[in-house]
Design a protein around this ligand. Structure first.
Ligand SMILES: [Zn+2]
Length: 245
């Protein structure tokens, strides 16, 4: 299609579906963008933060620095980054993506993730989504981590491999297990099959999910990928639960 034709097509589409803020539906200039007000109300996660965990510091201590938490309990992954705190508009976007399969929201979220993790994206050989097990995949119709991974891959050119990391169908309930039992139970849920190992060996992998809470899932996935031969695993999520100090 010529440039002229595709521009005309876009103008027609904009007339039929005028760009609107996906949170408040106010008219905006660009598709896949929030209005200025909704944008200003997001709690973006920006430096200063712990270079390992990506969690914000209350005060700027100057220069790259690790949090006490990262030194006391180093994560299995190398670095984690998130676009926003999991609250307000960021939480609403995550819910709409999960239950409404809206691709324009995935596009907006992936753009925000790209801004949050330019360093870990440029270091990555491959993007791998945190998998859902089949039961949940069927219930929700699609894996939101997979959708965000596909968008990030399209935006950055970094290939994505949705089949590398698998989640086994049956895992024991976590209820009533101790912290270490819970971790090993979760660990057993993730798996790289023998025939997928060549995709992982020697690679720097960027693990992608929509939300990160305790980091236990990210750690279990990272350990599985490292055991399968990955040289490095970083984590990029859209929103992060940040506990109050
Ligand atoms: Zn808005």
């Amino acid at each position: 299609m010529s440039d002229n034709l595709s521009r005309q097509r876009q103008l027609l589409l904009d007339l039929l579906y005028p760009p609107a803020c996906p949170l408040c539906m106010t008219a905006v200039a660009d598709h896949h963008a929030l209005c200025a007000r909704c944008w200003s109300e997001l709690a973006l996660l920006e430096r200063p933060f712990c270079e390992r965990l990506g969690l914000p510091f209350a005060v700027d201590l100057g220069g790259p620095i690790l949090s006490a938490e990262a030194m006391a309990n180093p994560p299995v992954f190398q670095r984690a980054r998130a676009a926003a705190r999991y609250e307000g508009g960021a939480r609403t976007l995550t819910h709409r993506l999960k239950y409404g399969d809206r691709l324009e929201i995935a596009r907006l979220m992936a753009r925000m993730m790209m801004r949050a993790g330019p360093d870990i994206l440029s270091d990555a050989d491959m993007i791998v989504p945190v998998p859902l097990h089949y039961g949940r995949l069927w219930m929700r119709r699609f894996n939101q981590a997979g959708t965000l991974s596909a968008e990030l891959s399209r935006l950055t050119g970094v290939p994505w491999q949705p089949q590398v990391l698998e989640r086994r169908r049956y895992t024991r309930s976590q209820v009533g297990l101790s912290r270490s039992k819970r971790a090993s139970n979760l660990q057993a849920a993730f798996h790289v099959s023998q025939q997928r190992r060549p995709f992982v060996e020697g690679r720097r992998i960027l693990l992608v999910d929509d939300v990160m809470t305790t980091g236990a899932t990210a750690n279990a996935c990272a350990r599985t990928l490292l055991v399968a031969g990955a040289v490095n695993v970083d984590v990029l999520v859209f929103a992060r639960v940040v506990m109050a100090d």
